[in-house]
Design a protein around this ligand. Sequence first.
Ligand code: SF4
Length: 200
Amino acid sequence: MAATDLRIGGLAPMSSCDWPGELVATVFCQGCSWDCPYCHNQPLRSASGNQENRILWNDVLAFLEQRRGLLDGVVFSGGEPTLQAAVFDAMQAVKDIGLKIGLHTAGMNPERFQKLLPFVKWVGFDIKAPFSKYDQVTRIPNSAEKVKESLGYLLESGVNYQIRTTVYPPLLDDAALAEMKTDLAAFGVTEYTLQPYREV
Ligand code: SF4
């Protein structure tokens, strides 16, 4: 798949939050196969998105070339970037113009995530819940197994990361948070960021 096949639902031209400590542009990849009840990115969930407002990769690349020297990097976010094969070529193009690459993922496609790791300098990795409750959040069966596999690849890779969790109170109470802490500790993860759920 060529970078021009990348389905893009949005572009944030400048962000200092999407990759802590770096000034980045953020490319929002279209499509996510999970169905979290608190999703703030509903328009990005369908695989095809709104074709009328489609953002073309070549326009994104032209924009990034103009911002060379002003930006530190580019974050591929979503939706879920690991669902698109075209993200490899898009990342290579970003690398070729000398920008660093960050990736936001929920870990739903471990095989592709593992192959993308050599391209990236930083991963924002979402942990949604304790593994026993994952399917209640994602509303997809066996979703925790994919996440465990992806988390294992991330930790093996040595790539910098931030693990973060949106605390959606109806699904994540104190007992669930304590269980999640235990799950992560079993992977050797002791630092993670809790983000409060905000109504949209
Ligand atoms: S994984 Fe992220 S984009 Fe997908 S439904 Fe859940 S919150 Fe939304």
